[in-house]
Design a protein around this ligand. Structure first.
Ligand SMILES: [Zn+2]
Length: 399
């Protein structure tokens, strides 16, 4: 996706990697023994990468109209997902099965998945054909501070890692894990070479809570009956909070960053961090216009994600790109597709994904297209779905 589409072209690949990309007639001469698959009038794109979601919530249906506030919504999700432990495993299993089918249907071959129940989701996702960066989620604040170490141990447990499932770590958000916990996560990520993700600057209430423990997030803690006054404060907002912890000196994936002034933009601009914008979820909560254009202009790596089905209608990442195309019709379609391919690959530190080039993984998604501008055509056809999806050189079908 870092170059315009080639016409009359083909790809030679095996299960381990892409071997060649060139005009089709040249490839036929160079690889006469290769099995020929005619794609017809189609564009072959890199498999899409959903850079932020929570697959274990894929059985949730978002409430319409949305609750009055983000914290109201969060309370609803907590109530819906706190259940009898005996029901947890089967319900996670159903959600992961739903999620896997949706990803394949919508052309998503790799998922940056935040998982609170990673001891349950990883064995399931390891059996799925998807590539997964599984960020074990850690929350540890106030009366739940002592849960830090056991939760970290679960989050970084390598038992279910495989060639397609990478174990990663996610300190949840500045309103659910303290600075000590964040620092511990960052150190573990460095020591064990684990990708790191957090939610940041999702609502303006985060700054209020950090500064003086007031506002809707404090209400949430009171709702949970788990507050104590030993939580430290920080007065300069969530982005400087992340900076002070060292998170911005690391390739940390920052989900949302919906609230960011010019000075904060300048702070983010000179860092290896990635911002993941979730367009349909962002619209659901009626946040003001996301500053992704300014971020891109400042050289910040921006990727796209769906977030969970508790705030997005589904896991159709192309629909998020379609919304972006609607919001920003002047941005060329190729730049938008990069947010779901090469930029997203950088976000999850997977340099062998997101671009169709020799030695990269043979992950593809095909769409039937008929015009000379296929990238635009897909964005302007609301119902268009992929005709086939390939991961590691194998064609897959959504069950
Ligand atoms: Zn999220």
């Amino acid at each position: 996706m870092n170059r315009p589409p080639l016409h009359q072209a083909g790809v030679v690949f095996d299960e381990s990697k892409i071997l060649a990309v060139a005009p089709a007639n040249t490839l036929r001469q160079q690889h006469p023994d290769a099995t020929l698959i005619h794609a017809g009038a189609a564009i072959i794109l890199p498999g899409l990468i959903n850079a932020h979601t929570h697959l274990e919530l894929s059985d949730c249906t978002r409430l319409c109209p949305p609750p009055d506030s983000f914290v109201q919504w969060l309370k609803g999700v907590i109530s819906r997902t706190t259940q009898d432990p005996a029901n947890l495993a089967p319900s996670v299993q159903h959600a992961i099965s739903t999620a896997t089918a949706q990803c394949l249907r919508f052309g998503v071959t790799t998922v940056a998945d935040i998982s609170r129940q990673c001891h349950l989701t990883r064995p399931l996702l390891r059996q799925s054909p998807l590539r997964v960066v599984s960020y074990g989620e850690v929350q540890a604040m106030a009366q739940r501070r002592d849960l830090l170490e056991p939760r970290l141990a679960t989050a970084i447990d390598p038992t279910h890692a495989s060639d397609r499932l990478r174990v990663a770590l996610s300190p949840h958000a500045p309103y659910s894990i303290e600075a000590t916990g964040y620092r511990r996560c960052l150190q573990l990520a460095k020591d064990h070479h684990l990708p790191l993700a957090t939610h940041l600057a999702e609502t303006p209430d985060e700054a209020t809570f950090l500064a003086n423990h007031s506002g809707p997030f404090r209400d949430l803690w009171d709702f949970l009956h788990a507050w104590d006054d030993r939580v430290p404060t920080f007065t300069a907002g969530p982005i400087r909070f992340a900076q002070s912890l060292g998170l911005l000196d690391h390739p940390t994936l920052l989900a949302h960053v919906n609230y960011c002034d010019d000075d904060e933009l300048a702070i983010l601009a000179n860092t290896p961090a990635t911002v993941v914008y979730c367009p349909r979820t962002h619209a659901y909560f009626k946040h003001p216009l996301h500053r992704f254009r300014q971020m891109l202009a400042r050289g910040i790596n921006v990727a796209v994600g769906t977030d969970s089905c508790a705030s997005s209608p589904d896991l159709n990442l192309v629909d998020d790109l379609r919304l972006l195309h609607h919001i920003a019709p002047d941005i060329d379609p190729q730049s938008l597709w990069q947010l779901a391919t090469s930029h997203a690959a950088r976000a999850i530190a997977a340099p062998n994904l997101g671009v169709i080039t020799p030695n990269n993984a043979a992950d593809f998604v095909l769409f039937n297209t008929t015009t000379s501008d296929p990238l635009r055509e897909i964005l302007e056809q609301p119902q268009l779905l992929p005709t086939s999806v390939w991961i590691a050189g194998r064609q897959l079908t959504a069950e």
